[in-house]
Write a protein that binds this ligand. Sequence first.
Ligand code: ATP
Length: 233
Amino acid sequence: MSLKPPAQPAKIQNRAVAIFGGTFDPVHHGHLRAAAEVSEWLKVTDFRLVPVGSPPHRSRTFASAFHRLAMLELALAPYSDLAVDDREVRRGGRSFMVDTLKSVRQEVGDAPVFLCLGQDAANHLDTWREWERIFDLAHLVVMTRPDSRSSYPENLATVINDRSVTRTRDLMDSPAGGVRHVEVTQLAISSTNIREQLAQRHSPRFLLPATVLAYIEKHNLYRLPADHSDGLE
Ligand code: ATP
C-alpha cells in the first residue's frame, strides 16, 4: 500500500498583492478611501494595510503598535478585500519597507506586488533604506490628488521616469519594477488633525469609523499627556 504524502500548504502564487504602509495613528477615512480606490483600480483582491512597527523617519508614534493594529482591525472588519498585515509590528526593530517587501516576495513567488504610497511619501523615497532595491521587489503605485505635485529630487525623478509605464497591464504582467501614478480622492483628513482634536476634547466623529472612535474613547488614546508608548503592550 502506498501512502499518500500529506498535503502541503499551498504556496500562494501569482496572486497580486498590494501593500499600503502607514503609521495609521489613528486610521481614518482618508486612508480608507484611498485604499478602496486603489484596490479597485488595481483589481487586486489581496490589499494589505501594513502599520509601521517603529517608524524609521519619525521619532515615535503616539498610540502603541497594539492599539494602532486594533484600530485598523476594527476599521477593516466589514471589508473582506482589505486586510491588516502585522508583519512590521511582529518583526520588531525599525521598520524598513525593503525588509517588508522582501518577506512579502518570499511568500508570493513571482506574483505582482504593488507598493502603494502617497505622493508625499514618494517624494522622499530616495531617503529610504536600500530604496533602489524596492524596484526589484515591487511596482510603485503613487497615489496623487488633483492638486498634488511631485517634487522628486533629480536622482529619484530619473528612476521614476525610466520606470513609468502607461498601461496598467504592463504592471500586471511582471512581478516588479514599474511605476504608475494614480489619482485618488484626497479627503482633507489627517491623523495629526484627529489627534489634535482629541487632545482638545473635540470630537473627530465622521472623520474616522465610529468603531475606531469608540475604541479611542474606551482606551483614552490621544488625550494629553500623549499616549506615546511604542511597541506591543
Ligand atoms: P500624520 O498626520 O500622523 O502624518 P497621516 O494622516 O498622513 O498621518 P499616515 O499613516 O502617515 O497618515 O499615512 C499613510 C499614507 O496614507 C501616506 O502615504 C499618505 O499619503 C496617505 N494618506 C494620509 N492621509 C490621506 C488622505 N486624507 N487621503 C489620502 N491618502 C492619505
